[in-house]
Design a protein around this ligand. Structure first.
Ligand SMILES: *Cc1c(COP(=O)(O)O)cnc(C)c1O
Length: 364
């Protein structure tokens, strides 16, 4: 019943002609580990299935998937339109290596209706890259709007939603990427990324990816497949707890604001209801007492742990300003909505009442 682990990196061929066939086939399987691996392939097929995609390709991390997708499809002289609501690593990749390779990047506010489409320059823009919901403030970008942009490749980082929460391809988007390190693998024991979409595009990414070499490990693919089997139940529990905590935190006197797409106070709650089946497992909140309040909270919290990931069994708290976004300049932090009192809370599988008790004590 459980998928098999193929640790093999080399396959024997059945003679001369078969050796040629294996070496030259598109996405050659049972040839050499960098080209394909049966355990990784099972994971790719599972993700393609979940996203309603023709095919998928896994990488050694979410950044491996994002960087390989960009470098496979964009060349020097090309132009990318991206939203400022991006994972800090993605933003650093676009603003560092991409610029160095002569790929021009325009950053816009993804929450502003029409802003992404307006920044597309016909004939020059090759890619639109967005993330929704975004890290760390849970801002959304309208998937119908991105899907309706015609000529550039449209790519959506859907990590925070997981394939259970939303399906970008159904909105007309070309490619969906995930850091499967997070909710998909779901147990904090695999580092793996994936991109899914039309077969022709995924094949093109594979053609580049084989040379780039950031392939997924079969061991991580096995753990990620284990995660896929329980994804729906885990995310349902985590999203219900996130909703409960978001509502509870809204009433707490130490909290200035709560950011969660499932709250009716979220400025894009209507959009969330239109494009998400589940509002996700991450919330953020601002502490009235700012930086010092966050220090006391994180030092006193016991059940939730201070760490910077999401989608695993444990509830984690982080202070984006001094961790995930520490490498950004103060201006860039403000642009990303990272303030000194902002806390990101990523919900695990604990009992919601236990988490409320932990927060009650630590905030008190
Ligand atoms: C973590 C994350 C990434 C990067 O994924 P890695 O697996 O850490 O390389 C990209 N996008 C989002 C939204 C993430 O949360």
């Amino acid at each position: 019943m459980a998928p098999a682990l193929w640790a093999s990196s080399v396959w024997e061929s059945d003679g001369f002609d078969d050796a040629h066939r294996r070496a030259t086939a598109l996405r050659a399987d049972e040839f050499y580990g960098r080209y394909s691996n049966p355990t990784v392939r099972s994971f790719e097929e599972a993700i393609a299935d979940l996203e309603g995609a023709e095919d998928a390709m896994a990488f050694a991390s979410g950044m491996g998937a994002i960087a390989s997708t960009v470098l496979a499809l964009c060349s020097s002289g090309d132009h990318i339109v991206a939203t400022r609501q991006l994972y800090a690593g993605t933003l650093a990749f676009l603003q560092g290596p991409c610029q160095r390779f002569g790929i021009d990047v325009t950053i816009v506010d993804g929450t502003e209706p029409g802003a992404v489409g307006a920044a597309v320059e016909p004939g020059r823009t090759t890619m639109v890259l967005i993330e929704t919901p975004s890290n760390p403030r849970l801002e959304l970008c309208d998937l119908d709007e991105i899907g309706s942009i015609m000529s550039p490749f449209t790519v959506v980082d859907s990590t925070f939603a997981t394939p259970v929460g939303q399906q970008p391809l159904a909105h007309g988007v070309d490619l969906v990427v995930h850091s499967a390190t997070k909710g998909i693998a779901g147990h904090n024991d695999a580092t793996i990324g994936v991109v899914a979409g039309e077969r022709e595009l995924v094949d093109a990414i594979w053609g580049y990816g084989v040379l780039h070499g950031a392939m997924a490990s079969p061991f991580d693919a096995l753990n990620a497949l284990r995660g896929v089997r329980t994804l729906a139940v885990r995310t349902a529990h985590q999203a219900a707890t996130a909703q409960h905590l978001a509502e509870w935190l809204t009433e707490h006197p130490a909290i200035a604001a709560v950011h969660y797409p499932g709250l009716s106070s979220h400025p894009q709650h209507d959009l969330a209801k239109r494009q998400m089946r589940q509002f996700g497992t991450v919330l953020a909140f601002d502490l009235v007492e700012g930086h010092e309040g966050v220090r006391r909270l994180i030092d006193r919290i016991e059940l939730a742990r201070p760490a910077t990931s999401l989608g695993g069994p444990e509830t984690l708290l982080c202070h984006p300003q001094t961790t995930t976004h520490a490498s950004l300049t103060p201006d860039e932090q403000v642009a990303c909505g990272v303030t000194d009192g902002l806390v990101r809370m990523t919900i695990g599988l604990e009992d919601a009442g236990d988490l409320v008790a932990d927060l009650t004590r630590a905030l008190g």
